[in-house]
Design a protein around this ligand. Structure first.
Ligand SMILES: [Zn+2]
Ligand SMILES: [Zn+2]
Length: 401
């Protein structure tokens, strides 16, 4: 995803990532940009930033320090995977380094002035480092939500909701069609599944995204008296979050939870931990690769054990196939696990009611809907509620103010 903004004086680019659903690359922007801004480290928002430097951009890229802590890990991991699997290459390590030399930190509550405009960041409550971008230009205010969550979670303080004078909202709309179940109730059920598995003598395998979800899970399980193992990229991601204490709600609590968890630093240690009941939090969150594949190979036959998916599973991933068909299909493996399969959606995105509440509170002149499916249907609904709403398609250009 990427949004090119032309104020008449400056040209900005907000985000530059790949589609998580299709792997589709974004359109190429002009390289005559005055500045680039990134809302957070998830790959649909950040994966292509080094590519800008490959095609000749030499200006600054602004983001929260925690965001760049994550991207430093993610880009290097991407390059390692690229070497192993040989998929098309969008950038080289020198592009990553060139980008990193041009990083400018901007934190929530801070702003940067340009000739005809000011850019201000606000907390977005989605993952550590996530921000909303406000642009003030020619007396008008445009707010881009990035990915946003308005309620507090264990890890994050909810997004800023109070704005004055916003004329246009460019809004994510991932869950415009539904509301999330009560979070506290969901956490209780989740903890029950974990405890029951271990009391049964089994292993509770929890695949999780390294960035955000792994830390949230550590906090949810912090007070349980069971061995918790952490394997894969979630270890480095958590260390990175801890280096940015202001990016989360309770740094000390995460520090405590992280010290309590046993880290698997070498693959030979994996065999040993399967001998006793425990919780294993590991990557990849959608089961497409990483250490979770090893654990599935070893645990799938055990009826006393369980696999607990904790995030949205994109169509075409092994995680989605497991939920839809009960089969684990990855590489040349196709098995029907005997272990129990659970799904809890601890979403880091806002749901429908909170989106509507936000629009009603901010009361913009116009709402543009992106980052969701069937956004045109939601635009129609919003129109019926009295908003001027529109769902632009990829590559479309129009006048915002
Ligand atoms: Zn995100
Ligand atoms: Zn996203």
């Amino acid at each position: 995803m990427g949004i090119e903004i032309d104020t008449g004086v400056e040209k900005f680019l907000w985000e530059y990532g790949v589609s998580v659903q299709t792997g589709e690359l974004p359109l190429q922007p002009t390289t005559r940009l005055d500045a680039v801004f990134v809302t957070h480290a998830h790959l649909d928002h950040s994966a292509m930033l080094p590519h800008l430097y490959r095609i000749g951009y030499r200006g600054s890229v602004y983001g929260d320090p925690a965001t760049f802590g994550f991207t430093s890990i993610l880009y290097r991991d991407y390059l390692k995977l690229q070497k192993r699997f040989g998929f098309p290459l969008n950038f080289l390590i020198e592009d990553v380094k060139r980008m990193e030399r041009n990083i400018r930190f901007l934190r929530p509550g801070e702003s940067e002035d340009f000739t005809a405009s000011t850019i201000r960041f606000h907390n977005a409550g989605h993952i550590p480092g996530s921000v909303m971008i406000e642009l003030e230009t020619h007396g008008k205010h445009i707010l881009f939500t990035g990915d946003v969550k308005f309620i507090d979670t264990r890890l994050m303080t909810g997004a800023v909701k109070k704005f004055e004078n916003i004329d246009v909202i460019i809004s994510e709309s991932t869950y415009h069609y539904t509301n999330h179940p009560d979070r506290k109730g969901l956490e209780r059920e989740f903890r029950k599944v974990v405890c029951e598995t271990i009391e049964n003598g089994g292993i509770c395998l929890i695949p999780a995204f390294a960035v955000g979800r792994t830390q949230e899970l550590l906090l949810m399980l912090e007070d349980l008296d069971y061995p918790i193992y952490l394997d894969g990229m979630g270890i480095h991601a958590t260390e990175s979050v801890l280096r940015h204490p202001k990016s989360i709600r309770d740094h000390k609590k995460l520090q405590r939870a992280f010290s309590k968890a046993h880290k698997i630093r070498r693959s030979v240690e994996r065999e040993r931990i399967l001998k006793k009941p425990s919780v294993i939090i590991t990557t990849a969150g959608m089961l497409n690769g990483g250490p979770v594949v090893y654990y599935m190979e070893r645990l799938h036959d055990r009826e006393d054990s369980s696999i607990v998916l904790t995030g949205y599973q994109v169509e075409g991933t092994a995680g989605r196939t497991l939920l839809d068909t009960g089969r684990f299909v990855v590489n040349d493996m196709d098995i029907k696990p005997k272990m129990k399969i659970f799904f809890f959606d601890f979403s880091a995105h806002t749901d429908r009611n909170h989106l509507l509440e936000f629009y009603n509170k901010v009361c913009p002149e116009k709402i543009l809907l992106i980052h969701g499916e069937k956004t045109d249907e939601f635009a129609k609904e919003l129109k019926n509620m009295g908003f001027d709403a529109y769902a632009p398609s990829n590559g479309e250009t129009f006048k915002l103010i």
